[in-house]
Design a protein around this ligand. Structure first.
Ligand SMILES: CC(C)(COP(=O)(O)OP(=O)(O)OC[C@H]1O[C@@H](n2cnc3c(N)ncnc32)[C@H](O)[C@@H]1OP(=O)(O)O)[C@@H](O)C(=O)NCCC(=O)NCCS
Length: 194
């Protein structure tokens, strides 16, 4: 089950000052924000009897993929998943809500932020947060090549904070990847790795 917030009026505004460069109209965060809900059953458990982390990760990837596809208006693939945190165990009979939105956009990639909430399926107590994750999706064309994405237009103060935090994560991801590539090149030049 998914739901989608109504698109904001500013959906066609060009925000080349935010990301992505001139030419592609921006899309507000709310246009692709999505919630995926699922009741956990005995098929979802690990050997301890609580819900397997991989089941939650699949839901996270599914919800984030829907958001990335909606924002980019076409196919998008998971490029990376980081900072997946499991805060509380999820149990059989929990109704799990996976809430996802585009936090940040680059040229062809998008960071999607996901929050996982759980509540008993037959109780009216408020849901508790049981996990969170950040994923990067790349929009691709029919041949699997990266294609441009519309810049996301953060709408609320929370959206703007998430945008800035995503930019920090992006900087760290690129720096980490560059350092590892350089380390491997140095080791290969010294003949240390077979
Ligand atoms: C993701 C993929 C399309 C990137 O292709 P590529 O030829 O490396 O293209 P680029 O280097 O131009 O990267 C495209 C964008 O993705 C980003 N990206 C690529 N790899 C990334 C990674 N590991 N983490 C974060 N971002 C990444 C790049 O920064 C770039 O973003 P930008 O255009 O906004 O700056 C390609 O690696 C791929 O198809 N991977 C498999 C995806 C898949 O099948 N996922 C499902 C898993 S079963």
């Amino acid at each position: 089950m998914t739901d989608q917030a109504p698109a904001a009026e500013s959906g066609t505004q060009d925000v080349s000052d935010i990301a992505g460069g001139p030419g592609i109209p921006g899309k507000p965060t709310s246009a692709s924000r999505t919630t995926l809900s699922h009741i956990m059953t005995h098929n979802d458990t690990n050997l301890l009897g609580t819900v397997h982390g991989g089941v939650i990760m699949k839901l996270v990837d599914d919800a984030a993929g829907a958001v990335a596809g909606r924002h980019s208006g076409g196919p998008a693939v998971t490029a990376s998943m980081d900072e997946m945190a499991f805060l509380e165990p999820v149990r059989v009979g929990d109704l799990v809500h996976v809430k996802a939105q585009v936090n940040w956009t680059g040229r062809t990639s998008m960071e999607v932020g996901v929050r996982v909430l759980a509540e008993r399926w037959n109780e009216s107590a408020p849901p508790t947060q049981v996990g969170s994750a950040y994923l990067v999706f790349a929009a691709v064309d029919a041949d699997g090549r990266p294609r441009r994405v519309p810049p996301v237009l953060p709408e609320t103060e929370k959206d703007k904070r998430r945008y800035e935090e995503a930019q920090i994560r992006r900087t760290h991801r690129l720096a980490r990847r560059r350092e590892i590539v350089e380390l491997r090149a140095r080791r290969a030049a010294d003949g240390l790795d077979d």
